[in-house]
Design a protein around this ligand. Structure first.
Ligand code: PMP
Length: 419
């Protein structure tokens, strides 16, 4: 096992050393079909640095115990490590208090929590909920379920041909019936960065709460919940170099306090009798049952790692990769980029004339290149662009221009083979 100090810090005085960063991610040395792995499926999930793997390993090898309830040393150690991870998250997104950070299984569970708890308690017949045309299914279906149950209406902000929200349409859509807005910060299919702050500020003029799906934002750009003034924010650990099955929901205290529990069980209670139960304080009220303790510790470590590299450095590196890739890929005959927003990060979606994305994905796999092909859990967006699917290359802190060259070489080869 490498010493902790050795596993990080690949940025020295304005010099971003991507090769040093790559050394921290053991999987990147893997060969696929006898080729070097070129991992460009980061919007689906990111790879994990040794720093995170070691922390999870260390938890299981030296401190595994259930948290919060034990008086013994091991339980206290595990509780401390778990709660330290909550503080890492709080600081990372600049929340005021650690009681505003609720551990969930990921973005999907966080959105479902708000739709079920806040939504059921507050949305009534005839109310309207606004989402956008570029939402991930996990920010569509929970609201659709709620609207069905309550006889409320789901309204959708349209997207222009570049893959940007048509902001004027959003403003026109807001009325006295609008009771909630749930919106993606960065689109996983297009890479578009939405004008979230402006949208929240407009919504707040009418006292409408806003949830931000930050699944594709926290790993690419600085997210500050106080600056955004969002009411809720959700993200997943596995997209920010942390483990799968863990994520977080941020919420404003007054909203979280007013909401009924999402799930019942151990840890979320204060006192239980058969007649009545009183609930634990925040954040525990929303954390029923034994959580993914190792996952939370791993997520805390991932955030530490990101902090050490620096989110601004990551953003800059990924931006230069995206610019380079956009330029290089334009040389591929018959290729059309889907998603050409002015404000964009880390995602390059495209279609190739007469070649199905699945064939592209399979062909590239034999070159060692992992990209994602399909609808990316955004079927309505695919319908909007009148395409069944796209091929999507998505970048992370450890990708290189040389890897982009391998992708472009592969694409040119596909054109030759498929004519
Ligand atoms: N929203 C967006 C924008 C996403 O990219 C994803 C994951 N692809 C999700 C939500 C859902 O995240 P998870 O599956 O980790 O809950």
């Amino acid at each position: 096992m490498k010493a902790e100090a050795e596993t990080v810090i690949a940025v020295s005085k304005n010099k971003y050393n991507v090769n040093k960063i790559r050394e921290d991610f053991p999987i990147l040395k893997k060969k696929v079909h006898d080729k070097n792995l070129v991992y460009l499926d980061n919007a689906a999930t990111t790879q994990k640095p040794t720093y995170v793997i070691d922390k999870v390993n260390k938890y299981y090898t030296t401190m595994n115990a259930n948290i919060h309830r034990g008086v013994h040393a091991l339980s206290q150690e595990a509780t401390e490590a778990f709660e330290a991870a909550r503080i890492q998250i709080k600081q990372f997104i600049n929340a005021l208090g650690k009681n505003q950070i609720i551990f969930t299984r990921g973005t999907t569970e966080a959105i479902n929590l708000v739709a079920s708890s806040y939504g059921r308690a507050n949305i009534k017949e005839g109310d309207e909920i606004i989402i956008s045309h570029m939402e991930h299914h996990s920010n569509i279906v929970p609201w659709q379920l709620l609207c069905k149950e309550k006889n409320a209406k789901l309204r959708v902000i349209p997207v222009n041909d570049n893959g940007e929200l048509i902001y004027e349409e959003f403003e026109k859509m807001v009325n006295e019936r609008t009771k909630f807005i749930s919106i993606v910060y960065v689109s996983n299919s297009l890479g578009t960065i939405n004008p979230i702050k402006e949208l929240i500020s407009y919504a707040h003029q009418f006292n409408i709460p806003v949830l931000v799906d930050a699944a594709q934002a926290v790993n690419h750009i600085r997210v500050d919940v106080q600056d955004l003034d969002c009411d809720f924010l959700a993200f997943s650990g596995h997209k920010i170099y942390g483990p799968t099955g863990i994520g977080a929901l941020y919420g404003k205290v007054e909203l979280l306090e007013s909401m009924p529990p999402y799930m019942g069980g151990g840890d979320m209670i204060s006192k239980v009798t058969f007649e009545e139960t009183t609930y634990n304080e925040l954040p525990h009220k929303f954390e029923a049952g034994t959580p993914d303790i190792a996952g939370a510790i791993g997520l805390g470590a991932a955030i530490e790692y990101v902090n050490k590299v620096g989110i601004e450095n990551i953003k800059e590196h990924e931006h230069s990769l995206l610019e380079y890739a956009t330029k290089q890929i334009a040389e591929v005959p018959g290729l059309k980029i889907i998603g050409t927003a002015k404000e964009k990060t880390s995602v390059l979606s495209f279609v190739l004339e007469n070649i199905h994305p699945h064939d592209i994905g399979t062909f590239l796999d034999f070159e060692g290149v992992a990209i994602r092909t399909g609808h990316h859990c955004t079927q309505p967006l695919m319908q909007r662009f009148k395409i069944p699917a796209t091929s999507r290359a998505s970048f992370a802190m450890y990708n290189t221009k040389e890897e982009v060259d391998v992708l472009v070489y592969g694409l040119k080869k596909i054109i030759e083979v498929f004519g």
